[in-house]
Design a protein around this ligand. Structure first.
Ligand code: OXD
Ligand code: MN
Length: 612
């Protein structure tokens, strides 16, 4: 099929033949009524916003209070990523590994042909050229998302560098990843009968598919977040992790910070991986409680890191916006995020106040007396339901955060000094612990876990592993991914970042949190930076190297000596159990597990034995 036969409205001139062929083939399969190439202009944004207001997808918020802000309410069944419907379609199941859902690529292609056939009937198909990372940067990469959702276009416009500028690079023949998305709600049924559109079209059948060998993404049935904004988890983590393996770099689920010591102007750069519900967005916008340190945000969720010209690891944030969880965001917990949402923000599934503003649990101590909840129903504080869905979100340009670094878009990235791995552990894991070396750091990252808290998640106290916070995001066998990290460490040698484990969530025996968290997390981080600067000693221990208590800055901190000591207590018996659980966990990777990690487990056991 050629361009002439698929009714393209205003197809840009000079499209490469492979783009034409691909767009044509998707159009032929999905049969849209019109095709629109997104240019990324404000006119285009305004036109789509007006169209979404008319269709009910967007509710215009009070423009005097929140200019440029809109609220979307999803279908109640389409509120989060769907890990059970997320597939890695590698040729061999062992290349997806035991922690991914594998699907046979040939079978999946047949399924996708079935569900995508006619899936865009009666709709406009949007073609979104985008760049992950600053345009033309040496670490950046391009993609094209095809979608039938204007909500996706509006979000991609915030989350990526989207439109004509990205297309120019594609026209110049640069590499791009194809990504196809449909909500799966055609406006003309199989019998050719039209049906009305609804504010949040989606489909009960969902497929979020990645083909690592051909580097393609196909997503069907969901309009929500990580299922639909394909630049984010699908490309920047799952497909990019495969590209990174093959090209010698890292695509990681990590925030990026610059921390400057004002006394001597020394800058440090830190990346950090945390499983969900560990305060990652708050750390990305950290306000230190200790004087003399300035923290700037470079990224809140994803880091692409490459060895740079001087042999150091350089990180960019491939995204242009934040797709953050709204509940819990407040003037106390994260004023920086809150202030960023004053204008030009898309809110999804939060409450709507009577004066056309937004509200969510935790925003204010005193809830409004009345609002409309995320499902469109009347809500009062005593109604027994949540006003906002717990996974309700804001989509906002990163540049709107007052903490954003002036260099956050430096295409060369920032040189990384420190990598943090964190989990949510009530027991055993100290506030901060430095890895003995890179390989020990990889072992620590590979074994990151959180205690399960709700009975519904399994046994209370059992560990949920989330290696490198990449469990749902690694596009290939997790054991091979660890091997890739080990190889990259060997390449970086002495220039490799130092790796630390942190745990903000340790509890006393009576259940209270030992550490206040939030801005006080700057204290253990300060110790890590001073370790990098060679200014402070450490004490060898089971988990790694610990601070001497006197070296942790506790000025002005309201904590008892007993709690402070408890934060660093390491019980050899409990750690022996940890080691046994790690061995069990590693067993599933069989002979793909790098021997070095087995060696690290033995070294841990030796340290436990020596401490007994
Ligand atoms: C996210 C996630 O939304 O990690 O960033 O789930
Ligand atoms: Mn994330």
């Amino acid at each position: 099929m050629s361009l002439a036969t698929i009714n393209l409205d205003a197809a840009p001139a000079g499209l490469p033949e492979e783009v034409v062929a691909w767009v044509s083939s998707v159009a032929e399969l999905t049969q849209p009524e019109a095709i629109h190439f997104c240019d990324g202009s404000t006119e285009e944004r305004d036109r789509l916003n007006a169209q979404m207001i008319a269709s009910g997808t967007f509710i215009e918020l009070n423009q005097a209070k929140r200019p440029g802000c809109y609220l979307a309410r999803s279908n109640p069944s389409d509120v989060a990523r769907v890990e059970a419907r997320t597939f890695i379609c590698s040729e061999h199941p062992e290349d997806a590994g035991p922690t991914n859902n594998w699907a046979d690529p040939d079978d999946m292609r047949l399924t996708l042909q079935r569900v995508f056939a006619g899936s865009m009937r009666g709709r406009t198909m949007y073609v979104i050229p985008f760049s992950m990372g600053p345009l033309g940067g040496p670490i950046s990469k391009l993609g094209i998302e095809i979608t039938d959702s204007p909500y996706v276009v509006a979000n991609m416009r915030i989350m990526t560098r989207m439109g004509d500028a990205a297309l120019e690079h594609i026209k110049n023949g640069e590499y791009w990843v194809p990504a196809v998305h449909s909500v799966g709600y055609p406006l003309i049924d199989d019998a050719g009968e039209p049906r009305e559109d609804i504010p949040w079209p989606c489909n009960d059948e969902k497929y979020i598919c990645h083909f690592p060998e051909t580097r393609e993404i196909w997503s069907y049935g969901s309009g929500y977040g990580g299922n639909a904004l394909l630049g984010k988890k699908c490309y920047a983590l799952r497909i990019a992790s495969v590209l990174a393996r093959d090209e010698g770099w890292l695509a990681e689920h990590m925030l990026i910070l610059r921390i400057t010591r004002q006394s001597d102007g020394r800058r440090f750069h830190l990346t950090a991986a945390f499983p969900s519900a560990c305060g990652k967005t708050n750390l990305a916008m950290l306000r230190p409680t200790i004087p003399g340190w300035k923290v700037e945000t470079i990224g809140d969720d994803i880091a692409w890191m490459r060895p740079g010209p001087a042999g150091r690891l350089h990180a960019i944030n491939p995204e242009a916006g934040f797709f953050g969880v709204a509940p819990g965001t407040s003037e106390e917990t994260n004023p920086t995020a809150l202030h960023a949402l004053d204008h030009d923000t898309i809110f999804t599934n939060v409450g709507l106040t009577d004066d056309g503003d937004v509200w969510w649990e935790g925003l204010t101590d005193e809830p409004p007396a009345h609002l409309i909840d995320w499902q469109g129903h009347d809500w009062t504080p005593d109604c027994g339901r949540k006003a906002a869905h717990p996974n309700s979100r804001f989509t906002v340009r990163a540049s709107q955060a007052e903490s954003i670094s002036p260099d956050w878009e430096d295409p060369a990235g920032v040189p990384v000094d420190v990598i943090l791995f964190g989990g949510r552990r009530a027991h055993n894991v100290p506030l901060i612990s430095e890895s003995y070396d890179w390989n020990h750091g990889v072992f620590v990252g590979a074994t990151v876990s959180s205690e399960q808290t709700a009975a519904a998640e399994g046994t209370v106290g059992a560990l949920r592993r989330d290696p490198f916070a990449m469990l749902p995001f690694c596009g290939y066998n997790m054991a091979d991914y660890w091997g890739h990290w080990l190889r990259l460490g060997a390449q970086l040698g002495a220039k490799a970042p130092r790796i630390f484990q942190v745990n903000w969530f340790r509890k006393a025996d009576d259940g209270h949190f030992l550490w206040p968290g939030f801005g006080d997390n700057s204290r253990p981080i300060e110790w890590a930076l001073r370790r990098v600067a060679g200014e402070v000693e450490a004490v060898d221990a089971i988990s790694g190297r610990l601070p001497a208590l006197d070296d942790l800055n506790t000025d002005g901190l309201d904590i008892t000596d007993a709690d402070l000591e408890h934060l660093f207590e390491l019980d050899p018996d409990a750690w022996a159990t940890e080691a046994d659980l790690t061995e069990e966990y590693f067993a599933q990777f069989a002979d793909r597990l790098p021997a070095e990690l087995q060696g690290q487990l033995t070294a841990l056991r030796n340290r436990i034995a020596a401490a007994r």
